[in-house]
Design a protein around this ligand. Structure first.
Ligand SMILES: Nc1ncnc2c1ncn2[C@@H]1O[C@H](COP(=O)(O)OP(=O)(O)O)[C@@H](O)[C@H]1O
Ligand SMILES: [Mg+2]
Length: 268
């Protein structure tokens, strides 16, 4: 028994896999800020010294492609071999953004999204876990096989909520589904976006509806966000002192400081 325990301990200490952290930016509704926050959070994590890769998991529309204005022929997730992928394949496929992070782009055309399978997602994530410390996934709003593969592999699902009755309704429905899938409540962390714009909804009512106090909050960034998004530049670099940039930096620090991810956490 002690030999087995020692081997397990050695494995845990030597394995990068255990150290990698997969964070998915998810919401059961579009337009709540997933892509904006995923991009800026990934850059903020990079600034904290984390070797970070951002995956454009919005496979049909490739939100990050339009954000970053990458050429249409830039390689995508589809250019990774599906049978035996190796670390050496990554350098040809990842988009190296001037902001300092690596990005795995979505396919260039809507219909090509179908070519990515849940199995591909598993393989790609287990490879990226060996190479990166933090993996951020920008997700689409649907629950599909591929999205479940992303969510299953996530250590933490950062679910974005806004003060909007449809979003809140869908978030509650989603919590129910996550429960029936068997995700522990601790796998999800809520992030209230545009937290300074309650639009007539009392924060307490939101907390009651969610059944807990959201772990993170990010204020509205107004014009800075629109301008940065249009320029394809993260606002955390364009204006690091802006309140929204400080919020994102704090979320990044909270996520890194958040309880160490136990080996195998988040996987079914
Ligand atoms: N905190 C914020 N402050 C100001 N504008 C924001 C904020 N978060 C998101 N936006 C804006 O809302 C729109 C939708 O954001 P986006 O990141 O594309 O959402 P999603 O990926 O969830 O569909 C964008 O125009 C973006 O500029
Ligand atoms: Mg998006």
């Amino acid at each position: 028994m002690s030999r087995i325990a020692a081997v397990r301990k050695e494995f845990a200490a030597s394995s990068d896999v255990a150290a990698a952290r997969v964070l998915s930016m998810f919401a059961p509704k579009g337009g709540v800020g997933r892509t904006t926050i995923a991009f800026n959070l990934a850059v903020a994590l990079g600034q904290l010294g984390q070797k970070t890769v951002l995956i454009d998991g919005s496979l049909q529309f490739g939100d990050l492609r339009s954000f970053l204005k990458v050429p249409n022929d830039a390689p995508s997730i589809l250019d990774l071999p599906t049978d035996r992928i190796a670390e050496s394949d990554l350098s040809d496929v990842l988009w190296r953004d001037p902001s300092g992070i690596d990005i795995l782009l979505a396919p260039p055309r809507i219909e090509m999204a179908e070519m990515v399978t849940a199995r591909d997602v598993d393989k790609i994530l287990s490879l990226l876990r060996r190479v990166y410390q933090t993996i951020v996934i920008d997700m689409s709003a649907i629950i599909s096989d591929v999205n479940l593969a992303f969510l299953d592999a996530s250590d933490t699902i950062i679910e974005i909520v806004t003060y909007d009755s449809t979003t809140i309704h869908n978030t509650i429905a989603m919590a129910d589904t996550f429960r029936s899938i068997g995700y522990p409540a601790s796998k999800v962390r809520y992030l209230v976006n545009r937290a300074d714009n309650p639009g007539g909804i009392e924060p307490d009512d939101l907390h009651r509806a969610l059944g807990r106090i959201p772990e993170h909050r990010v204020v509205s960034g107004g014009e800075l966000v629109v301008r940065s998004n249009n320029d394809g530049v993260p606002f955390v670099l364009a204006d690091p002192a802006a309140p929204i940039s400080l919020d994102i930096a704090r979320v990044a620090a909270e996520l890194i400081g958040a309880a160490q991810v136990p080996v195998g956490a988040g996987r079914r």
